[in-house]
Ligand binder design. Sequence first.
Ligand code: KG4
Ligand code: ZN
Length: 345
Amino acid sequence: MLVLGIETSCDETAVAVVERGGQDRVLAEVIKSQVDLHAEYGGIVPEIASRTHYQVIDLLTRRVLEEAGVTVAQINMLALTLGPGLIGSLLIGLAFAKGLALTCRLPLVAVDHILAHVEAAFITHPDIQYPLLALVVSGGHTTLFYQKKKFSSQVLAKTRDDAAGEIMDKVAKHFGLGYPGGPLLDEAAGSGDPGRFAFTLPKMSDGSDDFSFSGFKTSVLRYARADKIAVGSQSFNDLAASLLRVLVDYLLGKVLAAAAHLQVKSVVVAGGVSRNSLLRQHFTAACREKSWRLFLPEPNHCTDNAAMVAWYGYEKYQDFPHLNYFDLYLNSYSRALFREVNKHR
Ligand code: KG4
Ligand code: ZN
């Protein structure tokens, strides 16, 4: 079965063609990153994001079909990120996918972006076993899930304020480094001293397991201002290394605490921040010590991509084989409209 996946929830327009149900593989994927367009603003400008999706989505779809060596007539189903994300950006993907679904008479399966990030690990590791613990750390989300099986997700903890990646993006913005901050700090941390700055992360006063990062961000920025740290200096590298060490240990501590009292067979860490070198090292070492099986997506499937959307859409389609022309998650007006149109075909 050939699945075309579409992802436009934030600042990446991504389209992928995957083959499932036999030889499971990604045939082709293209991503138009808007990083250069948002960099000068130090964060994503929603209006620019939507307009760019609008300009490139059909061209990217044509290109991915060419690269996969298939025609649109050979596609068997569509998968789309329905949310969460920027509404203008999501709407571009939705309008495009609905149009394609209607004209090509294809089933359209809408998926949750955060759960699609978890699915990204299955692309290279089809042997991941349930129950599993999944941490999604990105620029917009920090959520810890317990999944008893594929479609049964329980949120154990989530952020009450900023997301983990947002901290790095905001610190980079403070230094005038542009967006996204994560890869820049990752690189700087490689030549820094992680013990130089003593940052701490909070415990919830109400005893909750939720994450909170905003106080941490304030203290990092306070150190940065007080020490008049310049980009490229040794102090800057030390700040990046200290920030990442504390952040990664905080995330790891939450995962270890949850895994200790849940009988999980696998641990998955996904989302843009799971691309981070230190995170990958520390999680790998800690899980090896506990003999837990850790699964990380390939670096290009940690950040937003459409292969994870297509992969997850296919799984959903297997679980709801009655889906046709619309997905259960599209709103009732769309469903009624789709039914009406198809009556007259
Ligand atoms: O998953 P993603 O592409 O988009 C969202 O769903 O938010 O994640 C983007 C986030 C950004 O905050 C970016 O700074 C962070 O992932 N990121 C990294 C690295 N690469 C991307 N953070 C730390 N280290 C990296 N190497
Ligand atoms: Zn994402």
